[in-house]
Design a protein around this ligand. Sequence first.
Ligand code: PLP
Length: 420
Amino acid sequence: MRSEELFEQSKKYLVGGVNSPVRAMKPYPFFTKRGAGCRIFDEDGRSYIDYCLAYGPLILGHAYPRVVEAVKAQIENGSAYGTPTELELNFAKKVTQALPSAEMVRFVNTGTEATMGAIRLARGYTGKNKIIKIEGAFHGAHDYVLVKAGSGATTHGMPTSAGVPEDTTKNTIIVPFNDESAMENALKDEDIAALIIEPIIGNAGCIMPKDGYLKFLREATADNGTLLIFDEVITGFRLAYGGAQEHFGVLPDITTLGKILGGGLPIGAITASREIMENMAPLGKVYQAGTFNGNPLSMAAGLAALKALEDGSVYEKVNSLGDRMRKGLADITKDIGVESRIYGIASMFQMYLTGMDVVDYQTALKADKDTFLKLQQELLKNGVFFPPSQYECNFISYAHGEGEIDETLSKIEESLRSLP
Ligand SMILES: *Cc1c(COP(=O)(O)O)cnc(C)c1O
């Protein structure tokens, strides 16, 4: 197998043969040659219906034609200038129109940079030091938030990373998701600059907020003079064009974006009201900068993607496919008698192999992650790519159709039946 050979060589030059830990798979990951629509093709001539979709960005599928055209047209004119462009202005207008809480934007290159900048901005604006983070949520791989973090950090058993100084982690307070009294307690501290939260936790599988929980957080943080940061790197342009804040009708003070925003190219963004945003340099004292911030390729790709998403027809299609998938999974597991909980919304879903409701990180950890991985491997053999962890979320794209969902469901049924 060519993937296996490439992996053997890669291990000599790339740590664990990969550039991001979530990509590690046993015995080795398939190496991708190309992607098209809802499919990804590997170096061994195999193809997979893709529900990983690069861990979230590809709501339009691989190589969406209008995004490809926009990037091709832009690169002919250069890929970085170190000066402002009209593209950034146009894209900033689009983003602020889309998100109910956004008046201004700072474009950065990754979700990690976005949350790092947003937390610094919240600290600078409030003059307070601590932040509250939800147990098992993931906000990228920087020091403030690599404490009880989900995604690959949990998959690989290092939710709190080595190399993060205690001086940093002591300012990050961890509270379980969906637990109002724990949050009330944590918010008694006067020194909390911000609560950062994924409105739906997409990095410990897919965990839904209880009814009223996000509204409670809105009120409780406002009462305490703490800023509410919605990390919408996954949910932004996924749950709805206006993200989770539009869907749930709860407006955060600061929003972080990434993934879908870049149309498949690297991106991140920090958005908030003018009053908060103007605390950033060059106007304010909170420093944030980047050589590739607002780079024209990501701007062009993102603009093309948002143009395809703004009329809402993409959401109608992907959300109904999401419903079909979730219902199918519930029916199949019930038929076979496999204990499971199926969660998700819109075009996000995850199946936990457990007989217990999953409402937070601790209940997510109780699911049978080993059997989940066996299922994931069996699915790969059958041409379906789920991310290789119980603690990731699956996504559906505009390029998927009912045919692919039904084909996937029957392969899941077959694979579940074949497991010992
Ligand atoms: C992926 C993700 C990030 C990090 O984004 P990168 O572009 O990988 O740095 C931050 N927050 C959430 C909720 C994410 O899912």
